[in-house]
Design a protein around this ligand. Structure first.
Ligand code: AMP
Length: 284
């Protein structure tokens, strides 16, 4: 496994591959890898001759007062996981490699059909713009044939599909299922911030989403799901709900009533103590 720290080094290593029939899969991450990330790397390694993983805590997608400074960094262990899962290249740039002129705050203006204004986009202004900046830079550096993203960040996945489509990146964006702990909590690098009691209450998200799926039937009004979530909240004193919403899978459009053709999906974000967690689930 080749580890490169700067863009020109990884480009030099990958260059001979482009003129062969071999494909390159790419898994962008912010490190602190867990089984969710590992599943993406394994999937890429099973579908491509080469798999590049990037490990980069991207400052432009963090808002003020968010956890940029304390975001977990576990590079040694991450490299072991990458190797074990079949990565051939790991890219670990510095902030100054990706943003050589300082943290540029340019806006990528593109037809996102409001997908960046709702759900997490409404709560974390600028977040998805930071994601668009870094992923478009990483796409141009690595030039993969396929890029793998988790449905854990379903809104991000939807926006990045648009990015590839709108900007004609010749890259297939592949969505991968959410990997969960055995009790249902979606795996996240941020779960390690949780203390024992918070870890128990973090089940609020998967519990509500599973309840919503149990209740789901064509014609059900979304307001009934909101009522259920409000009732559940009473049992979880450490939880502060950020949002619960139901959206169409294809374009994240709003829905009032469940209809199978919308492939409705429940989305949730909540603070557990000071840690913000997200989750989502297909309802029908
Ligand atoms: P992050 O390091 O949080 O930026 O995540 C890097 C990639 O891993 C993103 O595409 C995430 O959606 C994906 N990912 C994170 N957690 C999970 C999970 N529990 N299951 C599947 N994919 C995940």
């Amino acid at each position: 496994m080749i580890v490169c720290e700067n863009p020109s080094a990884i480009q030099t290593k990958l260059a001979p591959i482009y003129c062969t029939d071999s494909s390159i899969g790419f898994v962008p991450t912010m490190g602190a890898l867990h089984d969710g990330h590992a599943s993406l790397v394994r999937r890429s390694a099973s579908e491509n001759e080469f798999t590049a993983v990037s490990i980069f805590v991207n400052p432009t997608q963090f808002g003020e007062g968010e956890d940029l400074d304390k975001y977990p960094r576990t590079l040694e262990r991450d490299l072991e996981i990458c190797k074990k899962m079949g990565a051939t290249h790991v890219f670990t740039p510095l902030v100054s490699d990706i943003y050589p002129e300082g943290r540029s705050t340019y806006e990528i203006q593109m037809g996102l059909r409001n997908m960046d204004k709702i759900l997490c986009g409404a709560r974390r202004p600028g977040h998805f713009n930071g994601v668009l900046q870094v992923v478009s830079k990483l796409f141009n550096i690595v030039r993969p044939h396929r890029a793998y993203f988790g449905e854990k960040d379903f809104q991000q996945l939807s926006i990045l599909r648009r990015l590839a489509f709108e900007l004609f990146f010749p890259i297939e964006v592949v969505g991968c299922p959410i990997i969960r702990e055995s009790d249902g909590l979606a795996m996240s690098s941020r779960n390690r911030y949780l203390n024992e009691e918070e870890r128990k209450q973090a089940l609020f998200l998967s519990r509500c989403l599973n309840r919503a799926r149990e209740m789901a039937r064509p014609g059900l009004e979304i307001s009934q799901l909101h009522e259920m979530v409000q009732k559940e909240l009473h049992h979880f004193p450490l939880i502060r709900l950020d949002y619960f919403d139901v959206r169409r899978s294809a374009d994240l459009g709003a829905v009032e009533v469940l209809r199978p053709e919308d492939e409705p999906r429940g989305f949730m974000a909540a603070f557990c103590g000071t840690t913000r967690l997200i989750d989502n689930l297909a309802l029908l």
